[in-house]
Design a protein around this ligand. Structure first.
Ligand SMILES: Cc1ncc(COP(=O)(O)O)c(C=O)c1O
Length: 488
């Protein structure tokens, strides 16, 4: 649908109209326009925000109405992004990933996907009963970051699995690394595979020619974006975009109803609408400015002693066909410290909070909210960090990331494993056994072991090393990993 005329705000307008009616509310939420909320909450949130905390009011409607404000607003989003249909999500990209997997692959059907997926993808596989065919991600040994996955690797998996129904890609990764998206989409479509894209970190890509191509423009069939992560909408609000040609909208919508709340928060929906309107009115300028600020920051950071910021110099290596410049991945190992310690120091001493840190790197997101002052604060803090650790300069070495490995799955669906018979064994002695849990390092939330995957010595060593560095493991019932559940 082309965008005709000025941006519309049907959700916000109908919310305001409802409040202007001044009717007595005898409906949910129980706090009734904030009146019944605890005074502490009222004080912090403000009366205006609480009064907008409404859901499914007649006249404003539900997520799945065929007409009305929500539907109009979604159509406007679809037109902006060049999708055939777009759906607002109130449970993050997580529920969009569930829905697109559920709408595409059923029990026992194969889906090809990269090894460095977010744990929400594993959730989608457990729900659907699909069988994952993993493709190894490339690894940057020096930075100890999983890059993207090469087109050759995807194509090999397609050749070896002609019965696969779909392929899933990440565009870009949490660290901003993109692969050969257009080529993989073309190869997949040639073989009649559906293309699903986790674009949690790319809702802004469409608005600057200096950014990598967004997945809908590259021809992908289903794409989920975390609007809340990078743009101006409230946390948990995301959008699922879709191309009609291969997708059954009826099936997709019924799966969305399965994974979405029946009480969608209008504050979240209004914030998605506002984010879309903001982009319609000035997206190119806002995103263009953030790209410029980030690029200037990258140059300045690369001049700081002991620091390195991932950039153009790495493009062309395996698994990195391009990168999103608004993600500043700063490698601190040259200062002789761990990324996690650097992030903690920066919070306390430099008054900046990073998006995430791992053992070697700290990630900072530059968005449309940034300006010269925030960039100065960040660069100055990094300069201070470099001075503080100037004496050490003993490069800190941490290695062992193993997500490059190809498939180590035994062909069971994660769902069969999760609901099947299991036993608990010593983690250190589990090599060769089939893992029955999801073991995730957090952040960045990439599972190191999946239900149905053979546990390797490399995986055991890496998990041990992470725990030794004080990092968090999420997912297993025993987060200390003294023991692990395996398939009985
Ligand atoms: C690559 C990736 N996909 C999906 C998600 C889930 O997104 P959300 O937090 O919006 O549910 C995340 C969250 O960090 C992510 O990093």
């Amino acid at each position: 649908m082309p965008i005709d005329g000025p941006a519309q705000t049907p959700i916000l307008d109908s919310l305001q109209n409802y409040l202007a009616e001044q009717v007595w509310p005898f409906h949910t939420p129980g706090h009734k326009l904030g009146k019944g909320a605890h005074s502490g909450l009222r004080q912090v949130m403000g009366a205006a925000a609480l009064s907008l905390d409404l859901t499914v009011v007649p006249g404003i409607g539900d997520l799945f109405d065929k007409q009305g404000p929500v539907q109009q607003s979604q159509q406007q989003a679809a037109a902006l992004y060049g999708a055939d249909a777009s759906y607002f999500l109130v449970n993050g990209t997580t529920c969009g990933i569930y829905a697109m997997i559920l709408a595409t692959v059923g029990p026992g059907e194969k889906i090809i996907l990269p090894r460095n997926i977010h744990r929400s993808v594993m959730g989608g596989l457990i729900l659907s009963g699909a069988i994952p065919v993993f493709v190894g991600a490339e690894l940057d040994e020096q930075l100890q970051i999983a890059m993207n996955t090469t087109a050759e690797a995807y194509e090999r998996a397609m050749e070896l699995n002609p019965d696969a129904k779909a392929v899933l890609l990440i565009n870009p990764t949490y660290y901003g690394v993109v692969g050969e998206l257009e080529r993989v989409v073309a190869s997949a479509h040639q073989r009649d595979l559906m293309v699903l894209v986790d674009e949690a970190h790319g809702p802004h890509l469409h608005f600057s020619p200096l950014l990598p191509v967004q997945a809908i423009s590259a021809g992908a069939d289903l794409v989920v974006q975390s609007t809340h992560k990078i743009l101006g909408s409230l946390s948990q609000s995301s959008i699922l975009h879709c191309r009609r040609q291969r997708v059954s909208l009826c099936r997709l919508e019924s799966m969305l109803q399965l994974v979405q709340s029946s009480s969608p928060n209008y504050l979240l929906l209004a914030s998605l609408e506002a984010a879309v309107v903001q982009l319609m009115e000035g997206g190119a300028e806002l995103i263009g400015k953030s790209v410029l600020l980030a690029s200037q920051a990258r140059e300045r950071i690369n001049r700081i002693d002991g620091l390195y910021c991932l950039g153009q110099d790495r493009v062309g290596r395996p698994g990195i066909a391009g990168f999103d410049p608004t993600k500043l991945v700063v490698t601190v190992s040259g200062l002789g410290i761990r990324g996690n310690d650097a992030a903690a120091w920066l919070r306390q001493q430099g008054k900046v909070q990073a998006e995430l840190s791992d053992v070697n790197n700290v990630l900072f997101l530059i968005t449309l909210a940034d300006d010269e002052a925030s960039i100065d604060q960040l660069v100055n803090a990094l300069e201070l960090l470099s001075c503080r650790y100037d004496g050490r300069k003993r490069p800190f070495a941490f290695s062992g990331l193993f997500l490059t490995q190809g498939p180590t799955s035994v062909g069971l669906s994660p769902r069969e494993v999760v609901f099947g018979p299991r036993r608990r064994v010593s983690f250190d002695q589990s090599a060769g056994l089939v893992c029955a849990e999801t073991v995730t390092s957090y952040p960045p939330g990439i599972p190191l072991l999946f239900p149905g995957e053979v546990i390797t010595p490399a995986a055991i060593d890496y998990c041990r090393a992470l725990l030794g560095q004080g990092l968090t493991i999420l997912g297993p019932e025993d987060p200390t990993l003294k023991t692990v559940e395996v398939v009985a």
